[in-house]
Ligand binder design. Structure first.
Ligand code: A3P
Length: 293
């Protein structure tokens, strides 16, 4: 891990993040999905893609891209394209481009961070659930390095903010403050609220991106169709593995992106002492600015 401007990054990601920051050419109608890892990125990618591309790909279509590709293959992770020398793929995307990043708000290219045109949809979740989800994800890695990481190691690092794109409290705070300052540019979502009312979240994303559902689309049940298409069960069952389509995360099988999909699973993995310790750290960092989990 490397620390850069207060953020922890896996060292192999640093060149890509640097290039993203220095060489990214924005378009005024870009849409960037941002999140700490394991906080609902895959779900947000799926429902944003399904919402924005609904004219070309109706959600009820049995050959919808989300039924044959991993959502990460539908919405590119910007810095990974830079680190693979494939930024030309970003130029080839039709407008409005839909992309994603895990970097802190402070590490975004200045053009993206402050461009009045570019919209950012951010999702985060209860930090203890993020830690547990991250641990399961590492365990599902096809490499030995990932699968031997213990929860106790990960937890100790997370308490110091030292995890991929950590500290999570600074990550959340950066985007939250930006969403307060410029609510038309940054939409701040919580995974738990999306779970509580997924259809409402889909409408909220559509409203924010200015692709509102028409009366006819509402009457036809399009938001509900998108919700079903993007449900964890449907996405888990996509033919992505069989088609060998998941190119971005080659170390992880398609199904590792779709584990339980519930709130509060930390209780099955952390002791009360661990939970108290982590809560105290998060509360100290976020409570002052008025955020709580
Ligand atoms: P759990 O490990 O707690 O189950 P990310 O996409 O940022 O990597 O986040 C992964 C988390 O989102 C995992 O949480 C995963 O199960 C959950 N998830 C993935 N797709 C989902 C969906 N369609 N609906 C709800 N949760 C989903």
């Amino acid at each position: 891990m490397r620390q850069w401007k207060g953020a922890w990054l896996p060292h192999r990601r640093v060149p890509g993040v640097l290039s993203f920051q220095r060489r990214f050419t924005p378009r005024p109608d870009d849409v960037l999905l941002a999140s700490p890892p394991k906080c609902g990125t895959t779900w947000l990618k799926a429902l944003s893609f399904a919402t924005m591309a609904r004219a070309a790909y109706p959600p009820g279509d049995g050959d919808h891209p989300l039924l044959r590709l991993n959502p990460h293959d539908c919405v590119p992770l910007v810095d990974s394209l830079f680190s693979a020398g494939q930024e030309a793929k970003l130029d080839a995307l039709p407008s409005p481009r839909l992309m994603n990043t895990h970097v802190h708000h402070s590490l975004l290219p200045p053009s993206v961070a402050h461009d009045p045109g570019c919209k950012i949809v951010y999702v985060c979740r209860e930090p203890k659930d993020m830690v547990v989800s991250l641990w399961h994800f590492y365990k599902s890695s096809k490499t030995t390095e990932g699968s031997t990481y213990t929860l106790s190691d990960l937890f100790e690092n997370a308490c110091q903010g030292k995890h991929s794109n950590g500290p999570i409290w600074d990550h959340i705070l950066g985007y939250w403050q930006e969403s307060q300052a410029t609510p038309r540019r940054v939409l701040f979502l919580r995974y738990e609220e999306m779970l509580r009312d997924p259809v409402d979240s889909i409408r909220e994303v559509a409203r924010f991106l200015e692709v509102l559902f028409t009366v006819t689309e509402e009457a036809a049940g399009l938001p509900e169709d998108i919700m079903k298409l993007c449900s964890i069960e449907t996405l888990r069952g996509a033919r992505a593995d069989k088609m060998g389509a998941n190119k971005v995360f080659v170390k992880f099988p398609h199904t590792s992106f779709f584990r339980k999909g519930v709130a509060g699973d930390w209780v099955n993995h952390m002791t009360p002492e661990m939970a108290q310790r982590f809560d105290a750290i998060v509360e100290e960092k976020l409570h002052g600015p008025g955020l709580s989990f």
